[in-house]
Write a protein that binds this ligand. Sequence first.
Ligand SMILES: [Zn+2]
Length: 156
Amino acid sequence: MELIALPNQTDLTLEYDDTNQEEFGPCPDCGQKTKRVWGFVHRGDVAIAIYYVEWTPAHQEKEAAFDLIIGKWGEDASAADRRAVSLGYKVLESGPAFMVQDASRRRIAQSPLICEALDRGAVLGTPTADHVFEICDLIYLADPRIAELRPAAPKL
Ligand SMILES: [Zn+2]
């Protein structure tokens, strides 16, 4: 189990173990395997999300899909308390960026853990958007399994 926090930036932490990853595919474009890693996000002692990050390491573009299930977890919670939100990650010329996408078009929309897959229009401009950007920023910065998705450091 890994517990990772960025002190002074957020009170969120990530938790996952070595089994929280798989490969699938092949990608229809290049025939290479796609990779998926996942884990939990906690705020203090409370689990607030599960995240899945998928990407194809052979692709030249640094692109990934971040699928989140946000809401309540634990024995007194059910799928009615949880929703899926999906973000696309891309490294643009201006730097890395996340864009909210339609979760209904993602495989996560079929998850038995949720009651609803939120589309872009239901997320943008709401507190949910701030919430999922905070979560994705932490995953991006703190999960070493996706280090290859970060842009290379500029040459000095
Ligand atoms: Zn491919």
